[in-house]
Design a protein around this ligand. Structure first.
Ligand code: ADP
Ligand code: MG
Ligand code: MG
Length: 891
C-alpha cells in the first residue's frame, strides 16, 4: 500500500492530521492554508519520498514528474515562473520532519535566482534586495547542498562588515552585497570545484535531495537519539513561494509565541527584525527587537498578527509558535507548531488554558510530565551577595555553577571527566548541540529569546542566558571579556541564573525551589492551593488532579525520620521500602562486625535490637496511619567488615616487624576471609543471610514486633509490613517466613496480642519471577526490586556497567537507554508482567509494589501502570513526580 502513497502534496490538499506524511511543518502549513491564514502557496515532497530516496540512494520513480506538476500549479497560482527573469518565482526548500527538530536540518531560501534574474531585478530598481537575496542563496546553497563549511561564509561576511565599517549585514550597500555574492560563489568553486547552478530547476532538485540527506546528518542523528525520535521516519520537504522580509522598510521577519514560553504568562511574545529574512532572527546574528517594535512601526500588521495568533491558539488549543514575514506592509505566516516551553511555562499554561475553558483539567494533566516537574523541583540560587558580572536575557530558568568553556568539544571532553561546565559562545549554532547537552548551562553574548541557544536549552531543560551584550566571547583565545575589561579564562567558575538572566563570577549558594516548597507546605496541611507563584499554583492544581485520577499508590523509600517526614510532606502514602542496613551504617558497622567476629556477639545483638526498636518506633510514629514496609538486612555481611586486602597487608606488615600477635586482629581477619566472596552481589545476602546467619535479622524482626506492640498499646494506628529480599525459591520463602512468624508470635504472646504484620517477598531475581505462582501462595504481597532484577536479568552490575561498556553500547547504538534509569520493558518488563500474572493467578488480590529506582522514572511509570502495579515507591524528592505520572497514566 505504501507504494501508492503520494510523493508530493500541495498545501491546500493536506491538513494537520497528516504529520506522518507531510512532516510537522508541512501539516501546519496545510492546516493554516485550510484556515484561511495568509500562507504563501507551495507544496510538500512527502516523507514517503524521503524514505524511498534514502533507502534506494537515489530519486524515487516519478518524483520529479510530481514535483513538476505541483510547481506548474504553484506558478499558475502565483503568476510567476521559476527561472524567468521577467516574472521570477523564487521558492524556499525547507526540511520538516514529523517531530519538530528545530534547526537540526536544512533550509535553502531564494531558490530560483541566477545572474539573469538578479540583473533583471536590479534593472527594475531592486538592486539591494536582489543582491542581498543572491548572496543568501549562494551562502545557503553552498553550505547545505554543496557542503562548504558555514563559517567560511561567516568569515567573509565579517570581513565585508569591517571593510564597509558597519555593524550589521542589513547596513551593507548594494555594491558590498554584489561583491559578497561574487566572493561567495568564488568560495564555492574553490572549495568544491562546482559552480552555483544557474539553472533554477537544478537548484530546486539539488536542494530537495540535500534536505533528504540532512535527515542523516550528524547533528540530526544526535538530536533524535536524545529526544527518542525514531531514525526511520525521514523528513518531508516544503517548497514554498518566497516572500521577502528583506525588501526595505515596511518589511521584516519575526518569530513569536501565543504566550510567553519562558514563564507561561499570557499574551503574544516574540522577536521582530525589520528588513531581514527569517534566519536572521533565529541565528542571533542581529539582536532582534521585541514585538512592541512591530506595534510601533506598523500597528495594523501587529493587530492582524495578534488576531491570527489568537485563532491559532484556539484552533490548536495550546501554545503555538509562529514564524512570520512582512513584505512591504503585507503579513505572511510561514510556520506554526506547538510551542516548546520551559517546564515552568508548561504547568502555568496548562492550568491557565483550563481556567480559560479551552481544555479541561484532565487534558491539562496530559500537557505536562514528570521530567518537567523534576526540573522544577531543582533548587535555585540564594539571594545574591555580590553584583553580577553581566546580565542578559533569561532564556531558560534554573541555577547552575560550572567552569567556563568556549567550544562544544571542550564542553563534552570536560563533562566526560565529571566536571560541571558552562558553555559560553558568541551565539550557538546547531553544531554546538553536543556541547549544550554536556553543559550545565549555556550563555551567549548575542541572540534573543527565540535564538537557537534559547530554544534548544529550554527543550533540554538547561539553564540558559542569551544576549549578554557586555560579554565578548573569543573562542580562539579561550576568554570571555566583560565590560571590555574583566577577562575570564577557560576553567573559571561562574554561576548562571537562568531565571533572572544574570551571570556571576565564582560559585553561588543554591536554595530549594519555590515549587518544592509549595508542594511540601500544601501536603503538610499548610496554606492550601494558591501560592503566589503561578507555576507553583499550576503544579499544585495538576498534582491534585493527578491524585484524583491515579489508581497507583505512591510511597517512598526512606529510613530516617527526616526522610520520612519529607516523604509525607511530598504526599507519600507510606513507606514502600525501609532499608534496614541503612540503620547500621557509620560507626554502627562495628556492631555487625562484633556479631560476625564473635566479639561479645550477644552484647552487640542486644545493642542492635535496642537501636532498631528506637528507630522503628520513630519511623512508625512519623508514618502513623500509613503502611511502612521494612525490608530485612539485604547486603552481604562482609560489607560491614574491613577490606580483606587491607587487613591482610597490615597483618603481614605487623608480622614482618615482629610485633606481638593480636588475637582480635586475627579473629577479624579470619572472619573476613570466611565471608569473602568473589561475587558478593550474587552471594550470601538477602533472605540467604536470614537462613544461614539469622542473628541480625532475627533481632530486627523482634525489634519491629516490639515497637509495633508498644505503639498499639499506646493506641497508635501503625501499619507495619515485613519484606524478604532476594528470594529465589519457594522453600526458601517458606523457611524464612516460618522463622519470622515464630519471632513475631513470641513477641505478640509476651504482649498478650496477635500481631498482624503482612510478610511479602521482593521479586528481584529472574527465578522469583518465573516461580511467582508458587511464591504467591506464601507471600502477602510482592514488591519488585527493579534494580537487582535489572542486574540479574541482564547479568550486569550497576556499579561497573556504565563505565565499562554501557556508555560504549549507547554510542554504538546497541542500546538506547540506560536500563538502570528507564526500565527495560522488553526483557525485565517481560519478567515483571509474568510475575504479575502468575502471582495474581494464585492470589487474585495480591498487592504489588515497585521499589527500585525505576519507580520514580517518568517513562518507566507508564509501563508499571500498564502492568497492573498497585503502588510505586521512590526516593522522597521523586514522590511528586511519581504522583503526577501515575495520574497522567490514568487519564
Ligand atoms: P527551521 O525548520 O529551522 O525553522 P525553516 O524551514 O522554518 O527552518 O526556515 C527558516 C526560516 O526561513 C523561516 O523562519 C522563515 O523565516 C524563512 N523562510 C522559509 N521559507 C520562506 C519563504 N517561503 N519566504 C520567506 N522566508 C522563508
Ligand atoms: Mg522554522
Ligand atoms: Mg535488591
Amino acid at each position: 500500500a505504501t507504494a501508492h502513497r503520494p510523493l508530493v502534496i500541495e498545501f491546500h490538499e493536506g491538513d494537520r492530521t497528516m504529520a506522518d506524511l507531510l512532516g510537522g511543518k508541512g501539516a501546519g502549513l496545510a492546516e493554516m492554508t485550510r484556515l484561511g491564514l495568509p500562507v504563501p502557496p507551495g507544496f510538500i515532497v512527502t516523507t514517503e519520498a524521503c524514505r524511498a530516496y534514502l533507502a534506494a540512494g537515489g530519486d524515487p520513480e516519478g518524483l520529479w514528474d510530481q514535483v513538476d506538476a505541483a510547481l506548474a500549479d504553484l506558478e499558475e497560482r502565483s503568476g510567476l515562473v521559476l527561472g524567468d527573469p521577467a516574472r521570477p518565482l523564487l521558492v524556499s526548500v525547507r526540511s520538516g520532519a514529523k517531530f519538530s527538530m528545530p534547526g537540526m536540518m536544512e533550509t535553502v531560501l531564494d531558490i530560483g535566482l541566477n545572474d539573469a534574474v538578479v540583473a533583471a531585478l536590479a534593472e527594475r530598481g531592486e538592486s539591494h534586495f536582489a543582491w542581498d537575496s543572491y548572496r543568501r542563496l549562494a551562502q545557503m546553497y553552498g553550505r547545505t547542498v554543496l557542503g562548504v563549511e558555514g563559517s567560511r561564509f561567516d568569515d567573509l561576511l565579517t570581513r565585508a562588515r569591517a571593510h564597509a565599517g558597519v555593524g550589521t549585514d542589513a547596513e551593507l550597500d548594494d555594491a558590498h552585497l554584489q561583491q559578497l555574492a561574487t566572493d561567495f560563489r568564488a568560495l564555492i568553486v574553490a572549495e568544491t570545484g562546482q559552480e552555483l547552478p544557474q539553472d533554477a530547476g537544478t537548484q530546486l532538485r539539488e536542494a530537495v535531495r540535500a534536505v533528504f540527506r540532512s535527515w542523516n546528518g550528524e547533528r540530526a542523528r544526535l538530536y533524535r537519539a536524545h529526544e527518542g525520535i525514531p531514525d526511520d521516519l525521514g523528513t518531508a520537504v516544503n517548497v514554498v513561494q518566497m516572500v521577502f522580509g528583506n525588501r526595505g522598510d515596511r518589511s521584516g521577519s519575526g518569530v513569536c509565541f501565543t504566550r510567553d514560553p519562558v514563564t507561561g504568562a499570557p499574551g503574544a511574545f516574540g522577536d521582530y527584525l525589520p528588513d531581514a529574512q527569517g534566519e536572521d532572527v533565529v541565528s542571533g546574528v542581529r539582536s532582534p527587537m521585541d514585538l512592541s517594535e512591530l506595534h510601533r512601526r506598523d500597528p495594523e500588521i501587529h493587530a492582524e498578527l495578534s488576531r491570527h495568533l489568537r485563532s491559532l491558539e484556539t484552533h490548536y488549543r495550546d501554545l503555538c509558535d509562529v514564524e512570520f514575514t512582512v513584505e512591504r506592509g503585507r503579513l505572511w505566516i510561514l510556520q506554526t507548531r506547538l510551542g516548546k516551553r520551559s517546564p515552568a511555562a508548561a504547568f502555568r499554561i496548562a492550568v491557565e488554558l483550563a481556567d480559560e475553558g479551552v481544555i479541561d483539567l484532565d487534558e491539562a494533566l496530559t500537557r505536562v510530565n514528570g521530567h518537567q516537574l523534576t526540573t522544577l523541583l531543582h533548587p535555585s540560587f540564594q539571594a545574591a551577595a555580590a553584583a553580577p558580572l553581566a546580565g542578559g536575557l533569561a532564556a531558560s530558568p534554573g541555577a547552575a555553577v560550572g567552569q567556563l568553556v568556549f567550544d562544544a568539544a571542550t564542553a563534552m571532553e570536560w563533562a566526560g571527566l565529571g566536571r560541571s561546565v558552562v558553555l559560553a559562545r558568541p551565539e550557538t549554532s546547531p553544531d554546538d548541540f553536543g556541547g549544550m547537552l554536556a553543559a550545565k548551562a549555556v550563555i551567549t553574548s548575542r541572540g534573543g529569546l527565540t535564538s537557537h541557544a534559547a530554544v534548544v536549552a529550554r527543550g533540554l531543560g538547561k539553564t540558559c542566558v542569551t544576549g549578554i551584550e557586555k560579554m565578548v566571547v573569543d573562542p580562539a583565545a579561550r576568554t570571555a571579556t566583560f565590560h571590555g575589561s574583566r577577562v575570564l579564562t577557560e576553567g573559571t567558575v561562574v554561576s548562571v541564573d537562568g531565571s533572572t538572566g544574570e551571570l556571576f563570577e565564582g560559585s553561588r549558594e543554591i536554595q530549594a525551589s519555590v515549587v518544592a516548597t509549595a508542594i511540601q507546605e500544601t501536603s503538610a496541611g499548610g496554606p492550601v492551593g494558591r501560592p503566589e507563584d503561578p507555576t507553583a499554583r499550576g503544579v499544585l492544581r495538576l498534582l491534585e488532579q493527578a491524585d484524583k485520577r491515579r489508581t497507583m499508590g505512591v510511597r517512598a523509600n526512606a529510613e530516617t525520620p527526616e526522610e520520612a517526614r519529607t516523604a509525607r510532606r511530598y504526599g507519600a502514602e507510606g513507606i514502600g521500602l525501609c532499608r534496614t542496613e541503612h540503620m547500621l551504617m557509620g560507626p554502627r558497622r562495628q556492631l555487625v562486625e562484633r556479631v560476625v567476629t564473635d566479639d561479645d556477639a550477644a552484647g552487640a545483638l542486644a545493642e542492635i535490637e535496642a537501636l532498631a526498636l528506637d528507630e522503628f518506633t520513630t519511623l512508625l510514629t512519623v508514618m502513623e496511619g500509613l503502611p511502612v514496609v521494612v525490608r530485612l538486612l539485604d547486603p552481604p555481611l562482609h560489607e560491614f567488615l574491613p577490606d580483606l586486602v587491607d587487613l591482610s597487608v597490615s597483618a603481614a606488615v605487623a608480622a614482618a616487624k615482629g610485633e606481638p600477635e593480636d588475637p582480635a586482629a586475627e579473629q577479624r581477619l579470619a572472619a573476613v576471609r570466611r565471608l569473602h566472596e568473589a561475587n558478593p552481589m550474587l552471594g550470601l545476602r538477602g533472605v540467604r543471610l536470614l537462613l544461614v546467619h539469622p542473628e541480625v535479622a532475627q533481632v530486627q524482626v523482634r525489634a519491629l514486633a516490639e515497637a509495633v506492640s508498644r505503639l498499639l498499646e499506646e493506641g497508635r494506628n501503625v501499619r507495619p509490613e515485613l519484606m524478604l529480599p532476594l528470594v529465589a525459591e519457594v522453600a526458601e520463602l517458606e523457611a524464612a517466613r516460618g522463622r519470622v512468624e515464630t519471632v513475631i508470635a513470641e513477641v505478640g504472646a509476651r504482649h498478650g496480642r496477635t500481631l498482624d504484620i503482612p510478610i511479602g517477598v521482593m521479586i528481584e531475581l529472574p527465578r522469583a519471577a518465573l516461580t511467582a505462582d508458587a511464591l504467591a501462595a506464601h507471600a502477602d504481597f510482592f514488591s519488585f526490586g527493579t534494580n537487582d532484577l535489572t542486574q540479574t536479568t541482564w547479568g550486569i552490575s550497576r556499579d561497573d556497567a556504565e563505565a565499562s561498556f554501557l556508555a560504549a553500547y549507547r554510542e554504538q547504538g546497541i542500546i538506547s537507554a540506560d536500563p538502570f534509569q528507564t526500565l527495560d520493558e522488553v526483557g525485565v518488563g517481560a519478567l515483571v508482567r509474568l510475575a504479575v500474572e502468575k502471582g495474581r493467578a494464585t492470589r487474585s488480590g495480591l498487592e504489588l509494589g515497585v521499589c527500585g529506582e525505576h519507580a520514580g522514572d517518568p517513562t518507566s511509570i507508564g509501563f508499571f501502570a500498564k502492568a497492573g502495579i498497585d503502588y510505586l515507591s521512590c526516593s522522597p524528592p521523586r514522590v511528586p513526580v511519581a504522583r503526577l505520572e501515575a495520574g497522567r497514566q490514568a487519564v
